[in-house]
Design a binder for this molecule. Structure first.
Ligand code: ADP
Ligand code: MG
Length: 239
């Protein structure tokens, strides 16, 4: 309503497309696992950053988003917090012998994947979910073994994940959230076909896509992957 609009204006949050929930001003305003809220506090995150204020409630609501915000604005936690929440809640209600991943995050480089995984460990400490890092430079057999033992979240580069998908049958059809960090860089590196191939292995996931700039091309990819994508850009109008 009007309150949401006022808050967005003040925080320079621009929203275009499908209606999404209002920004939150405190992490505790969202129904997050208690342990996750504790980890957020321990990490020293007093207040959510503007991108987190808008993305976290919308992502928890199941919305697919195309997000643009400056470097250093806290985008990683904006997708990891909803993903960790999903993974933790999923495990709790399905503590049977569930083995397949339920979330995938792609980034353009091994280094970025490691950073995202470090963040996931920090924010996910003590929560019942496992991650697998799927990047070049580490033995594929070890990554495959870890996935086969059962992980909720895969964090990887498109090239290595495609290797695993095509050479071994890693099943991604239970993946509910597909995160794409720095998607403009992923595409610049020539990974478009791999990203599309990975997407086709998923079954209509929620998409959380991040890009430094929102080009028509990237908007097209986002709306190909999910219907009703909302574009969220922070600090500057999205065009
Ligand atoms: P981006 O991906 O937008 O470039 P990052 O997600 O890497 O930025 O975050 C930049 C830095 O800000 C990191 O050191 C991260 O730990 C920190 N950070 C993230 N969210 C918060 C927050 N709510 N409060 C304080 N620091 C935060
Ligand atoms: Mg980032």
């Amino acid at each position: 309503g009007d309150q949401a609009e006022l808050l967005r204006k003040k925080l320079e949050i621009h929203v275009k497309g499908d209606v999404i929930p209002a920004p939150i001003v405190a992490f505790s305003s969202c129904a997050l696992p208690q342990k996750l809220l504790q980890n957020i506090e321990t990490a020293g995150y007093g207040m959510p950053t503007p991108v987190q204020m808008q993305v976290i409630p919308a992502a928890l609501d199941g919305k697919s988003l195309l997000v643009s915000a400056d470097t250093g604005s806290g985008k990683t936690a904006s997708f990891l917090i909803p993903i960790i929440s999903h993974c933790a809640n999923f495990r709790r209600s399905n503590f049977s012998n569930h083995k397949k991943p339920i979330a995938v995050v792609l980034t353009p480089t091994r280094e970025l994947c490691i950073q995202v995984e470090d963040n996931a460990k920090l924010l996910g400490k003590g929560l019942p979910f496992k991650t697998a890092l799927v990047v070049g430079g580490d033995p594929m057999a070890r990554q495959l073994y870890r996935i086969q033992q059962g992980v909720e979240l895969i964090i990887g580069t498109p090239g290595r994940l495609i290797d695993l998908l095509t050479k071994h049958d890693v099943e991604l059809n239970d993946v509910k959230i597909f995160g794409l960090d720095e998607v403009d860089c992923i595409l610049q590196r020539g990974f478009r076909d791999q990203v599309m191939q990975i997407f086709r292995a998923l079954s209509q996931p929620q998409v959380l896509m991040y890009s430094a700039t929102i080009s028509q091309d990237i908007e097209k990819i986002a709306s190909f992957m999910a219907k009703d994508v909302t574009v969220v850009s922070i600090g500057k109008p999205n065009r």
